[in-house]
Write a protein that binds this ligand. Structure first.
Ligand code: MN
Ligand code: MN
Length: 459
């Protein structure tokens, strides 16, 4: 295990930087699960992937080297590149999640107080609430009308767009606030986004709110009650940026887990002439426990495999079970990188991932006594060591910080329920779940290389 930067030739260094730039552009445009999925489908279709719905509808037959995908409610996607081997011999699966911590608008979001209009929010995922005040914010999502018409909303990231903000108390009047615990200094109910201050001319009461409603009707074509069937997400405004004098890092919103999702997707789309079938799973709802129709606990992936088998003329239940059982998976999610500013929570003795050492494998996650973890088999890890070393991937191992300091989980255990081989791995970050997270460009590139190696060489 060595610092990847030390090993790059000039050409490789340039490749790392170019790859990072493409990732940053994608991340800046794909901040929510819906946006990420839309961009992923565009890329996949350009690479020859077809929607399984079309195959089913036309009663088409699928063959080795065909590429198909299933879109689950515009929030999760499974892509499959069928290999020459029978599917029941298993798949090489890359999995990551595309939802990130954020603030969702409530169903009755708009209100007026003190001649100002606000959006009331409910935070999604684990956030330090005090980090979300005073920073420029954007709003993305959909408003669905009773007619079924979907209105796409994206405000705050175009040059001329306004941004949004949540106010904080000025330091001059904050003597009481400053004594509070960090968990209560900003509460969930005080995360109210300022959206306007101009009254509607001639209106006597709630005139600022009335003006915002008029604007929404005029500019976006929806009414107040349409908020009820909307999904609007408040995220940090602005692009992902190179960070540091040497530009070696990336500061951006949503690395967790779009950095693993993007690198997995790129590796998947570049695969050619596969012996073993490859799959890329990009799923929603990991940050809130993976439940629901679009979370990993949903059966949509298993159903997709069954549909592919059926379209290949092999639709027996046992074949689907075998395909799942014989698979190998990289359950990719970001992990904590050693941060010298907070060294006291790092796992000692080379058991903490570090920036620049490449793709990080976590044999297990969980909390306290590995509670809730997926613990990968030693036999599987030995196979992975061989696969990674064969392609000169920089990789490391690590824990999610010091034992007893905290913990966390991923989607790994859900796929492991099928009896397949699964391990957690991913790109190390500083300040995970903050509005802007930090990743190393070298690790982003090595993750991509590692995923390519896995698709090509895992047996
Ligand atoms: Mn994650
Ligand atoms: Mn997370």
């Amino acid at each position: 295990m060595s610092l990847a930067w030390q090993d790059y030739t000039e050409a490789q260094f340039q490749e790392v930087m170019d790859f990072a730039q493409e990732y940053m552009d994608f991340l800046s445009k794909g901040k929510t699960e819906r946006r990420f999925l839309k961009l992923a489908i565009e890329k996949a279709e350009a690479a020859g992937y077809r929607n399984i719905e079309e195959i089913i509808k036309n009663k088409e037959t699928l063959h080795p080297q065909d590429k198909v995908y299933m879109n689950q409610m515009n929030k999760s996607i499974a892509l499959m590149h069928i290999g020459n081997e029978p599917l029941e011999q298993g798949m090489n699966i890359l999995g990551a999640h595309i939802d990130s911590p954020r603030l969702d608008l409530k169903q009755h979001p708009l209100y007026e107080e003190g001649d100002l209009a606000f959006f009331d929010t409910h935070y999604y995922g684990g956030v330090k609430k005090y980090q979300w005040v005073t920073i420029p914010l954007a709003i993305y999502g959909v408003v669905v009308l009773k007619s079924g018409k979907v209105i796409d909303i994206e405000i705050g990231d175009k040059e001329d767009d306004p941004v949004f903000v949540i106010s904080d108390l000025l330091i001059h009047l904050a003597s009481k606030q400053m004594e509070k615990k960090a968990t209560t200094v900003i509460t969930g109910e005080s995360l109210n986004v300022t959206v306007g201050s101009i009254p509607l001319k001639g209106e006597k009461t709630q005139a600022v709110k009335a003006n915002i409603l008029a604007l929404l009707k005029d500019k976006y074509g929806f009414e107040e009650e349409d908020f009820i069937s909307a999904e609007l997400e408040v995220v940090p405004a602005g692009k992902a940026r190179s960070c540091g004098l040497d530009s070696s890092l990336i500061l951006g919103y949503g690395h967790d887990d779009k950095v693993c999702a993007y690198t997995s997707l790129q590796a998947m789309l570049e695969a050619k002439d596969l012996e073993r079938t490859a799959v890329c799973l990009l799923v929603d709802k990991e940050e809130v426990g993976s439940q629901g129709a679009t979370g990993m606990q949903s059966k949509f992936f298993e159903n997709f495999v069954a549909e592919v088998l059926y379209a290949m003329g092999e639709g027996q239940d046992i074949q689907c079970k075998r395909a799942m059982l014989h698979s190998a998976m990289l359950s990719s999610d970001v992990c904590a990188a050693h941060d010298p500013n907070y060294a006291d929570v790092s796992s000692p003795n080379d058991n903490m991932p570090k920036f620049g050492y490449g793709l990080a494998f976590n044999k297990y996650t969980g909390a306290r006594g590995k509670s809730g973890c997926n613990d990968a088999n030693a036999e599987y890890i030995a196979q992975l060591r061989a696969v990674m070393d064969q392609e000169n991937v920089h990789w490391q191992t690590g824990e999610l910080g010091k034992v007893d300091a905290g913990g966390g989980g991923t989607i790994a255990y859900i796929l492991a329920n099928y009896g397949m081989r699964v391990i957690d791995c991913g790109v190390p970050l500083h300040n995970m779940h903050a509005p802007h997270e930090i990743a190393s460009k070298a690790d982003v590139y090595e993750a991509y290389k590692g995923y390519k190696a896995f698709i090509k060489n895992m047996k």
